[in-house]
Design a protein around this ligand. Structure first.
Ligand SMILES: Cc1cc2nc3c(=O)[nH]c(=O)nc-3n(C[C@H](O)[C@H](O)[C@H](O)COP(=O)(O)O)c2cc1C
Length: 393
């Protein structure tokens, strides 16, 4: 049973793609993607925070040829947004990370591959020539961390990002409630749900490639590739990662380097002082510490503190082109999307990711024309202000 391109094309925005993803996926998979930590206060805040800002347009500006080009990590991108690392994409669609990377490449933007991906560093490198970033953790096995660095270099990755907001796994209650497992298992409790999603379930049986592709060759327990994410985080990663580890990794890598998961100006200044070239202002899409602020609310303060040299990326809650514009106007060099492309992947594989990126690209281009900003560099602080009226969407 094929995924429906017609249904994907009927989606007019990321919210529609989310609704189609919900229909296509069994509960455990959908809630693993959509859910977040504890009471999901941060998850809600990440998207709603954008509603607190107003865009201030200037008219009678020549916007006939709007240009979306942006530079980040020394790479020229055709879009001011790129794709954040997300683990285990095979859970959402059998075309998995490879499909997402191909679409990012076709849009001329950067693709980030997660450590816990179901496609490997080498597979992604063979599939696309475009700019790629590898997302790394500091593992208890120092040799494995070094191995990831070397493999990323050998495979032509342009940048490395160290995710620092996972000193322990977040408490994601939807995963526990719906019995999320890797690989997904048919059980008495979920068989009816799986049968209600025949397309996804038939692909589960036809393409059972649910392995953590980056560690599959290892002889130890993680080489089996079937360890749960929570177990991976709690058994494989060192819980006491410090600035010394980050500095060591920056030196080991020797190229464009982002620290992902910072929210305060103090930490951004430390990142700058140890030689990071970028900070991804992020709370892991609300999946780690609940009650943290929305990344978009942190960017102006951090920009003021670090000046212009450190690249800032806003990651969290981006669902509309106007969200991208607000983040850029507040001081970000670029933004990064997670669930927005995952909803597309679950809605229709590669075709769905294409739809997600097309929608966002069109929204950004239209928004720039309406804002009176023909290039990304034209977007500045005068184009945004806090609203006196709060609106829920
Ligand atoms: C299903 C899922 C898996 C994720 N896996 C990772 C990961 O492996 N590494 C990482 O640094 N961040 C991971 N993230 C966080 C994203 O990189 C990003 O910070 C977050 O999705 C941004 O919020 P948004 O989904 O609202 O755009 C994941 C997010 C989701 C939704």
């Amino acid at each position: 049973m094929p995924y429906s391109k017609k249904k994907v094309n009927n989606c007019l925005n990321i919210r529609d793609l989310r609704a189609l993803a919900r229909k296509n996926l069994p509960d455990a998979m959908f809630h693993y993607m959509d859910g977040a930590a504890d009471d999901e206060i941060t998850l809600a805040r990440n998207t709603q925070a954008f509603n607190n800002y107003e865009l201030m347009p200037n008219y009678l500006v020549d916007v006939e040829a709007v240009k979306l080009e942006t530079e980040i990590f020394g790479q020229k991108l055709d879009l001011p947004f790129f794709l954040s690392p997300t683990g285990m994409n095979r859970l959402f669609h059998h075309e998995k990370e490879l499909a997402v990377a191909r679409v990012a490449d076709s849009f001329g933007t950067l693709y980030s591959l997660s450590t816990v991906a179901t496609s490997s560093i080498e597979e992604i490198s063979a599939a696309i020539d475009g700019p790629k970033m590898f997302q790394i953790y500091i593992h208890k096995d120092e040799g494995l961390t070094r191995e990831f660095v070397q493999r990323s270099k050998d495979s032509g990755f342009a940048a490395l990002c160290l995710t620092v907001d996972v000193p322990t796994a977040g408490n994601r209650e939807r995963e526990l409630f719906y019995g999320m497992s890797m690989p997904p298992k048919l059980r008495y409790g979920n068989i009816i749900d799986f049968l209600k999603h025949p397309t996804w379930t038939s692909k589960l049986l036809m393409h059972p490639d649910f392995k953590l592709a980056n560690v599959v060759a290892r002889k130890d327990v993680i080489g089996k590739g079937v360890i749960s994410l929570m177990d991976y985080f709690n058994t494989q990663l060192i819980p006491n990662v410090t600035w010394d580890h980050a500095q060591w990794l920056i030196e080991e890598w020797g190229g464009p380097f982002a620290i992902k998961g910072l929210l305060t100006k103090e930490d951004a200044i430390k990142a700058q002082n140890i030689g990071a070239s970028a900070v991804m202002i992020s709370n892991h899409g609300g999946r780690q510490l609940d009650s943290t602020p929305a990344p978009v609310d942190c960017v102006a303060e951090i920009r003021d503190a670090v000046g212009d040299d450190l690249e800032l990326i806003v990651d969290g809650g981006i669902r509309r082109g106007t969200d991208v514009l607000k983040a850029l106007a507040l001081g970000a060099n670029a933004v990064s999307i997670g669930r927005a492309y995952l909803f597309g992947l679950a809605a229709g594989g590669e075709f769905g990711v294409l739809r997600a990126l097309s929608l966002l690209k069109d929204e950004v281009a239209r928004g720039m024309a309406l804002l009176g900003t023909p290039t990304v560099k034209d977007i500045g602080s005068k184009h945004v202000r806090l609203s006196k009226t709060s609106v829920k969407s």
